[in-house]
Write a new protein. Structure first.
Length: 337
């Protein structure tokens, strides 16, 4: 039977099978063979089609056996060895003046390799550093560059909510989070309050974003002119989760209503015509906005007019030439040659 197992300092997830005659339970520590070597892992749950959909392509490997007391004791002995390797690497980085910040060190249970996690703004040539480390530690060396979110995954413990940080518990991927997500959910925009331990926007801002976006689509947008039983007004606010609208009427009253109270929504062309009337503008554009389902393909809309027989003719611009100014050859009657 296959199981979903979490292992490694970066909390990798994989689907692994063990001996057919042996069952495992949630939270059990097991010894794995992965592409990195022999290491300890934790069983999360049996593998199913649903769990497989949440996993990236699993690296090849298998569950060797349940972890014994000796395995756990050996794991504890790796802690001082990792600290020593960290100090050795830090000294070599300083000696070679490399532009990189060492974050953490991981020694695989079977000591097949040591993984050094580091931050760097630019690409670093660490080939000589790897040779020095291999001579000093006498094992295979792996240098892994990480980002600030991965640094929090390695070092952070608890978030502002009082719970363990998501990147160190259940997140297998960390897609980008935008300020738009915070604005839609009407949370505070104070960077200090919506930033996580990594200094970036909190991953949890993404959790409910799709729900908010779907509910928002069911409401008229802010700025939309609507007609209700109480008259004509404009949407000035939305209560997305409550599915309510804040409507400002022509007498400047503001009332909270439900979307079912909206009788009709004025199309944009009608709103533009009303705006033109209020500002005293009368133009061919306003006339054309009232013509539904008519196309002016291939003709300059500012110079088009309807003839008596229903065809479209080219017309002169409505703005006359000022006294003493020639229209120029490109503004003269094009029908006269």
């Amino acid at each position: 039977m296959a199981y979903v197992v979490r292992y490694g300092r970066m909390r990798f997830l994989g689907e692994y099978s063990g001996p057919k005659d042996q069952d495992h339970f949630r939270g059990q520590r097991v010894v794995l063979r992965t592409d990195r070597g022999t290491e300890l892992g934790e069983v999360l749950c049996p593998a199913t089609e649903r769990t497989a959909s949440y996993l990236e392509q699993s690296v090849p490997g298998e569950i060797l056996r349940p972890a014994t007391a000796e395995d756990l004791e050996h794991e504890a002995k790796l802690i001082p060895a990792q600290k020593k390797a960290f100090d050795v690497c830090q000294e070599l980085i300083s000696r070679r003046r490399l532009q990189m910040d060492l974050v953490d060190v991981e020694i695989i249970l079977g000591r097949e390799r040591i993984v050094f996690y580091y931050l760097a703004e630019k690409r670093v040539d660490f080939r000589e550093l790897v040779k020095d480390l291999a001579r000093a530690l006498r094992t295979r060396i792996e240098m892994r560059q990480i980002g600030v979110r991965d640094e929090a995954k390695l070092l952070a413990d608890y978030g502002d909510c009082g719970k363990p940080v998501c990147c160190n518990t259940h997140l297998t991927a960390m897609p980008p989070v935008s300020m738009k997500m915070a604005k839609l959910q009407k949370t505070t925009l104070d960077p200090a309050k919506i930033s996580g331990r990594c200094g970036r926007l909190k991953c949890c801002l993404r959790y409910e974003f799709d729900t908010y976006r779907e509910l928002e689509r069911q409401l008229p947008a802010v700025g939309t002119q609507v007609v209700t039983s109480k008259g004509r007004g404009r949407v000035v606010g939305q209560e997305i989760l409550a599915q309510k609208l804040v409507v400002e009427y022509e007498d400047h009253r503001r009332i909270i209503i439900g979307p079912d109270d909206v009788l009709s929504v004025e199309p944009a062309r009608i709103r533009q015509a009303r705006a033109d009337e209020r500002t005293g503008l009368t133009s061919g554009r306003s006339h054309r906005d009232g013509l539904e389902n008519q196309s002016l393909q291939g003709i300059d809309a500012d110079h088009a007019a309807w003839s008596d027989d229903g065809s479209i003719d080219e017309a002169e611009p409505e703005t006359p030439a000022e006294d003493g100014h020639d229209l120029g050859p490109d503004r003269r009657d094009r029908r006269g040659g």
